[in-house]
Design a protein around this ligand. Structure first.
Ligand SMILES: [Zn+2]
Length: 501
């Protein structure tokens, strides 16, 4: 039994247009026509993961002191665009899905239509944590066409996470929970669609793209439209319960503006829709500091350390981003490894219980530098609840993650979900919860266990009559056996990790 039971990965239920030519090519022309007619456009981007230089990997303090190579953002090689036009009264209008090959399409021909799309007020843009995509996309266009060719804003923009919380009945007056759901989780929960993550880390700069890559890339944009449709339907249902005003022939309330819904007697469906969208939509604005890669922003950050605006930005950068350092395409060995800060040592034990390598700092009160060094050397992701640690800008954004949940079980679920960890039953209890060590290959018999425990650990005499197997940690010699606690723990983790039989 495996948590990642093979399910067929979803592909968009319609043909994907691969755009590789300029404005005179039929696919490119269709893209421009679809953008012009669209009311809702879902966006996503792929880029080739960037590898860090060895100096940074070995010693962060040295890297901070030495002059690093000029930092740059990854080049976006693929832009996925899913457009939906006006529904003519009834069901949702047809969608068109495009995968735009930015290595092949002349960027000069794409820049203005994209800028226009991003800023056109009557087109809602959908995305999933799209700001990072926009930063990279902007840098890609600026690098190719000159510094003024970047993008500044996307407005109005709706993150599907917000649509998700609306669909889950989240109180709109309250602050939205911090994002912890991955797009794959949201799609599975809302649409019952399984998005394969297998190709996420594939080389998006390699050509030709495989059919699998094209379908995967297209799915990430296409299913945003489906989530939006659910969002739309729910608003429509709720809108019907409200007093309606006279509609004009085109179905719009005469005084149609966002303020309309605030006066009780002037509510009509479209305004309700607009107001809900407005409440959940936002705009993405890139400031100058967003468009500079991190290491060059470090000094400014220090200068602004007491500035409230800085604090706010800082909050915004607490999301974990990028490839985990254990990812083979980032040079890792494929085995997830974490370092749990002292405040969340309980989480380390929980992670070990499900077989994940989770170290704790070697000293009780580690200096930030010690934590960061261990993180780099052992290719771990530092898990912390300490916001201050996120200030260390020489820690790449994919190497530190701020755990948001307070309870250990929630923290475990959060980490599993954020890092898309695959937990299988055979990995449960495969590590020493005390020291993170591995167990000896072969179980010990009772006699061997009693011998091994002498002067070290007491084996309850009630176990002597039972035919139990004992396991010894190769690092700290702690003995474990399958007791009721073990079974309780297994049950608990099966439920936390959503593993069903
Ligand atoms: Zn141990």
């Amino acid at each position: 039994m495996d948590a990642a039971a093979p399910k067929p990965p979803a592909s968009p239920p319609l043909a994907v247009h691969l755009v590789t030519g300029g404005g005179s090519s039929p696919e490119h022309a269709l893209l421009l026509r679809s953008l012009a007619a669209a009311r809702v456009v879902a966006l996503d981007a792929e880029w080739k993961p960037r590898r860090r230089g060895p100096a940074v990997a070995d010693d962060p303090s040295a890297a901070a002191a030495a002059t690093p190579p000029p930092p740059q953002f990854p080049t976006v090689t693929l832009l996925q665009v899913a457009c939906r036009g006006d529904g003519d009264g009834g069901g949702a209008a047809a969608a068109e899905v495009f995968v735009v090959d930015l290595l092949a399409v002349p960027l000069a021909e794409l820049r203005e239509p994209l800028r226009e799309l991003f800023e056109r007020p009557e087109v809602l843009k959908l995305g999933f944590r799209f700001k990072q995509d926009l930063v990279y996309l902007s840098a890609t266009f600026a690098a190719a066409l000159g510094s003024s060719a970047g993008f500044e804003r996307v407005e109005p923009f709706l993150d599907v996470t917000n649509a998700y919380y609306y669909l889950k009945g989240h109180d709109m007056q309250k602050r939205l929970p911090r994002e912890t759901k991955s797009l794959a989780t949201i799609c599975e929960e809302l649409l019952g669609v399984y998005l394969s993550k297998e190709l996420q880390c594939s080389d998006w700069s390699y050509r030709p793209l495989s059919e699998g890559q094209i379908q995967y890339a297209a799915s990430d944009a296409y299913y945003l439209l489906d989530i939006f449709d659910l969002f739309h339907q729910k608003i429509r249902t709720e809108g019907k319960c409200l007093p309606t005003n006279e509609l004009t022939s085109d179905g719009h309330c005469p005084q149609r503006d966002a303020e309309c819904s605030s006066s009780e007697d002037a509510v009509c469906f479209d305004d309700y829709f607009t107001s809900v969208v407005m409440k959940y939509a936002e705009k993405i604005l890139l400031t100058e500091s967003d468009t500079k890669p991190r290491s060059s922003r470090r000094k400014e950050k220090q200068k602004l350390a007491t500035n409230a605006k800085c604090e706010e930005k800082f909050e915004g950068s607490t999301e974990w981003q990028g490839l985990p350092p254990w990812d083979p395409s980032a040079g890792g060995d494929g085995c997830p490894k974490f370092l749990c800060d002292v405040m969340i040592e309980g989480l380390a034990k929980h992670l070990r219980c499900v077989g994940i390598d989770a170290a704790t700092p070697s000293s009780r009160k580690p200096e930030p530098r010690e934590l960061l060094n261990q993180t780099y050397k052992e290719r771990r992701v530092l898990l912390t609840r300490d916001v201050k640690l996120l200030k260390y800008q020489y820690l790449a954004s994919n190497q530190v993650y701020r755990v948001k949940s307070l309870l250990k079980h929630d923290q475990l679920a959060e980490v599993i979900d954020t890092f898309q960890l695959k937990i299988s039953e055979d990995k449960l209890m495969s590590r020493c919860t005390k020291c993170n060590g591995r167990f000896i290959q072969k179980p010990l018999t009772l006699d061997e266990a009693i011998e091994a425990s002498k002067g070290f650990q007491i084996i309850p005499s009630c176990l002597f009559k039972r035919n139990l197997e004992f396991w010894k940690c190769t690092d700290c010699n702690q003995l474990y056996w399958e007791g009721t606690q073990y079974h309780n723990a297994v049950q608990k983790f099966l439920s936390v990790c959503n593993i069903s039989d």
